[in-house]
Design a binder for this molecule. Structure first.
Ligand SMILES: *[C@@H]1O[C@H](CO)[C@@H](O)[C@H](O)[C@H]1NC(C)=O
Ligand SMILES: *[C@@H]1O[C@H](CO)[C@@H](O)[C@H](O)[C@H]1NC(C)=O
Ligand SMILES: *[C@@H]1O[C@H](CO)[C@@H](O)[C@H](O)[C@H]1NC(C)=O
Ligand SMILES: *[C@@H]1O[C@H](CO)[C@@H](O)[C@H](O)[C@H]1NC(C)=O
Ligand SMILES: *[C@@H]1O[C@H](CO)[C@@H](O)[C@H](O)[C@H]1NC(C)=O
Ligand SMILES: *[C@@H]1O[C@H](CO)[C@@H](O)[C@H](O)[C@H]1NC(C)=O
Length: 291
């Protein structure tokens, strides 16, 4: 009568001892992997830092990346990759550019600052930025000290400084704010120093005119019936950049000022020892999945 009971109990014992042994194997594997991982690359990891950057369509751009410098130039390999692109964006090794594995999309358009590599500057110059150059790039560095990489979000669009002018009319003075190239379509907001917080949307008119390449647009905004001795600002902003033009008209002169600022330029840094991370994650994954 007790036989089935016993069978069940011993099967439970078998299961739990199996689990115990498997656990030990996993922990051992983890420990070994850690040792191997660090043996291969643990101490051989270097810091690589990238900076979120934005490219202005049609102009030359820079994808910024720095790394711990190394005096052995011949041992430095810089590889730029782009998510979704099979070939390399750029490769620099043994002191010079190596275009053999470069993707067609980037042919003839890239260069590192060769004289800056020795000081840890792996930034990439990109000629004639296109809208489609936007995406996630990886700056991958190998030196005699080790390896490291960091990702970079590259945004593309168009942005330009506004030019401020006065339009005299029989009855009134208007201000004209004009910027030649923007994309995506920006918002335009007028403010004045005297009436801070005033809403000028009813007394201004903004228009966007497509440029001949059919992507970027010219921005023109006119503010009607302005007063003398007041400073007016025209702010043009999209998800990439913000530009401001200020103008002050007095009895004797016109003062102008403008500036342009890129938005969200933050640094991202990553110390990676590739092998160690993978080797640790593999044995841990059963535990991670249980959670
Ligand atoms: C790298 O060098 C180039 C050329 O001198 C420079 O324009 C760029 O700012 C440098 N980048 C960094 C991150 O120092
Ligand atoms: C001047 O005013 C007239 C009518 O008041 C208008 O048609 C014209 O567009 C204005 N010119 C400018 C440069 O604002
Ligand atoms: C200004 O007024 C317009 C409507 O007249 C409104 O759509 C807009 O949101 C207002 N802007 C601000 C900054 O309050
Ligand atoms: C705004 O400007 C556009 C283009 O210059 C013009 O066609 C439109 O009539 C203007 N609208 C107002 C309300 O002035
Ligand atoms: C821009 O679009 C217009 C009309 O859609 C077209 O005729 C012209 O060829 C386009 N220009 C370019 C540079 O694609
Ligand atoms: C503008 O300011 C100047 C000097 O501050 C003053 O002489 C002039 O009367 C002012 N004009 C107006 C229209 O307020």
């Amino acid at each position: 009568m007790g036989a089935p009971h016993e069978g069940l109990a011993s099967r439970e014992t078998v299961y739990s001892s199996c689990f115990f042994i498997i656990s030990i194997i996993i922990i051992l594997a983890g420990a070994i992997a850690l040792i191997i991982g660090f043996g291969i690359s643990g101490k051989h990891s270097i810091t690589v830092t990238t900076f979120t950057s934005a490219g202005n369509i049609g102009e030359d751009g820079i994808l910024s990346c720095t790394f711990e410098p190394d005096i052995k130039l011949n041992g430095i390999v810089i590889q730029w990759q782009k998510e979704g692109v099979v070939g390399l964006v750029h490769e620099f090794k043994e002191g010079k550019d190596n275009p053999s594995d470069q993707d067609k999309m980037f042919r003839g358009r890239t260069a590192v600052f060769a004289d800056q590599v020795i000081v840890g500057n792996a930034s990439l110059r990109l000629k004639k930025v296109q809208l489609t150059d936007a995406g996630t790039y990886k700056c991958h560095i190998t030196t005699s000290k080790g390896k490291g990489n960091a990702n970079l979000e590259y945004k593309t669009g168009a942005f330009s400084m506004p030019e401020m002018n006065v339009e005299y009319n029989a009855s009134s003075e208007n201000l004209r704010c004009e910027a030649p190239r923007w994309f995506p379509q920006p918002t335009v907001v007028w403010t004045s120093q005297v009436n801070q917080g005033a809403n000028f949307s009813e007394v201004s008119n903004t228009s966007f005119e497509l440029n001949s390449e059919n992507v970027t647009m010219k921005v023109v905004s006119v503010l009607y019936n302005v007063n003398i001795n007041n400073t007016y600002s025209c702010m043009i902003e999209n998800n990439i950049a913000k530009a401001t033009g200020d103008i002050k008209v007095t009895d004797s002169e016109i003062k102008r000022r403008s500036h342009l600022q890129l938005l969200n330029s933050k640094a991202s840094s990553c110390v990676s020892s590739f092998f160690a991370v993978i080797w640790v994650l593999l044995p841990l994954s059963p535990y991670l999945m249980l959670k």
